[in-house]
Write a protein that binds this ligand. Sequence first.
Ligand code: CP
Ligand code: NVA
Length: 300
Amino acid sequence: MARSFTEIADCTADEIFEIFELCAKMKSGEIAPKPLAGKSAVCIFTKPSLRTRISFEVGINQLGGQSLYLTDKEIKIGVRESVQDVAKVLSRMVGLIMIRTFAHSDVTGLAEHATVPVINGLTDLVHPCQIMGDYMTIMEHMKKDVYKIAYLGDGNNVCNSWLNLASLIPIDLRIGTDKSTPPDKGMLDKAMQNKNSHILLTDDPKEAVKDADVIYTDVWASMGQKDQKNEKQEVLHKFQVNAALVSGANPDCLVMHCLPAERGREITDEVIDGPHSVVFDEAENRLHIQKAIMTFMLEH
Ligand code: CP
Ligand code: NVA
């Protein structure tokens, strides 16, 4: 079995920092490994994407490889053929598999049966590459041992990945969400077991952002849940990231959003385009962190 990245906690805390270091060296041009030279990598998408698709395709090319794009129209994973057969066939032909899909079990199933690394490009449960890139962005903008991070809005895949990171490295993570939209219980429990992190779940947005170094938000209705848009809006509207809320955080706070944003809903134009926002640095770092993650998985 190759090393895969189905969730952040597939790595140890030391490995996470090794990946951050590798990312910094690759981003600065100090090193330029080509672990995919002469190989192809497949990117499977059963959900839409701008950032993930482009950052993986560009990244695979920069690592010396050729990128192939597959959608569920072609493979119908788990329907036309089993996850395990897809994993075994692809492993005979490509050097790496990236997948964005609904069921997290499809990604862990591929990882279990593939002999090449499988990288999670988002599932309903987690979005690990996103949060790795986001933490890199925070470190580039602010130097601290433990960041106070306020996540506001839906307890979704992005929120779960913050918890997943907090289960490994020390984070003061405050999640402001409604009681009806909590994060995954397993991810929450695991994060709470890390005595070096502090995890707060609150339905008071002001409590969540008090003195925060980072205010983070994401869409209230994720891909596959857009039919719940009105219900989510009803319970989450008080968690909108607007100028009044930002004024309760650290005056130098960073505002982050994984994008795509629904401007005027979870975040206002004034904030996303304002001086605290680092959303486009975050988007760019998807490329750099994924190159480091792919290199790390291919070389271990
Ligand atoms: N942030 C993110 O994953 O964007 P895409 O959905 O466009 O890939
Ligand atoms: N939570 C969002 C993230 C998009 C990058 C979704 O799953 O749609």
